[in-house]
Design a protein around this ligand. Sequence first.
Ligand code: FE2
Length: 353
Amino acid sequence: MLIKLAFCILASNPKRFILKQITPNNGSSKEALLEQIAGTKQSIKEQLLENGALMFRGFDLKTPEDFEEVALALEPGLQNNYAGTSPRNSRTKFVHSASELPGHYPIMQHCEMSFLPTAPRYLFFFCYVEPQDGGETPVCDFRKVYDQMDPKIRKEFERRGVKLIRNYTGPKTKTGKDVYQLKRWDELFKTTDHHVVEEEAKKNELEVTWMDDDRLKLVNSRPSVLEHPDTGEKVWFNHLQVFHREAAAIEYKHIYKRRGDLFSLKYMIALNTITFFKRLFKKPEDEAMHMVFADDGSEIPKSYVEHVEQLIWNNLEAEPWKRGDVLMIDNFSTSHGRLPYKGPRDILVAWSA
Ligand SMILES: [Fe+2]
């Protein structure tokens, strides 16, 4: 009876199987895991292609160096260039902090750097310090988001593409900083030389405009959808649910529904209030991040963002972290994000081309 009940629960919740767990075959030491990876590499690749995300759990991994070794065993082509938006600190040659954004701020689901022509192929996360309250790194199958989208809206995105707008402060900026500030342009490009910034931006097809008060505007247009390089499946592959000015306020409504506590109620109200006043007093193109349609630069309706975020939450899988976990993600099919948290949390990241 109990087995039948458990089967019914699992069968009624197919989302459980997006994030596949890989546990010890023959010992839980780091060396045993490296052996397990070497002996099952083909199967790991196949499972990743099908599931989109794999969680290596139950292995005795303690340090950023252990994580780096495991990630390199899974994918030798790790990279350490980063042109994304999150503030990050490096821990080893290829390992960084996942994000230094404050714990209460939600990181909405995204395929890493989908706004650049050089988006990474695989991502790796490591649980160095296990969060006690929230702080999951949920994943979502963006092939399903594409498939389940209202065909009219999907067609519009496919036809029109998306334009991303980012506004960075600089080392000499004095006025009008945002409540939630991205890193500064000199931190992003690791230089204060305008010429070097312009050269780097050109490589990533970013249009550069130097603004008053040492500010930098970066604009680029991208397709909304990607064809998976191995399977040909269509994937929702853009940052609408991160960059759009309405996105964070919408996200917090879902978070409050999930957590139902005072912590998320407080920040849901705060983010919705900030967004309300920005709508009144700030031009969308002056936001730290925003997204519009690429063909004529017109606004993407809030209802579209709500629709996409609802689909994402319908397909979201959020497994609480355990210390030593390694999460491997196919960035060309599966998104990741971060739920808000309280207390200590240290999740590390690495990625490959
Ligand atoms: Fe990310």
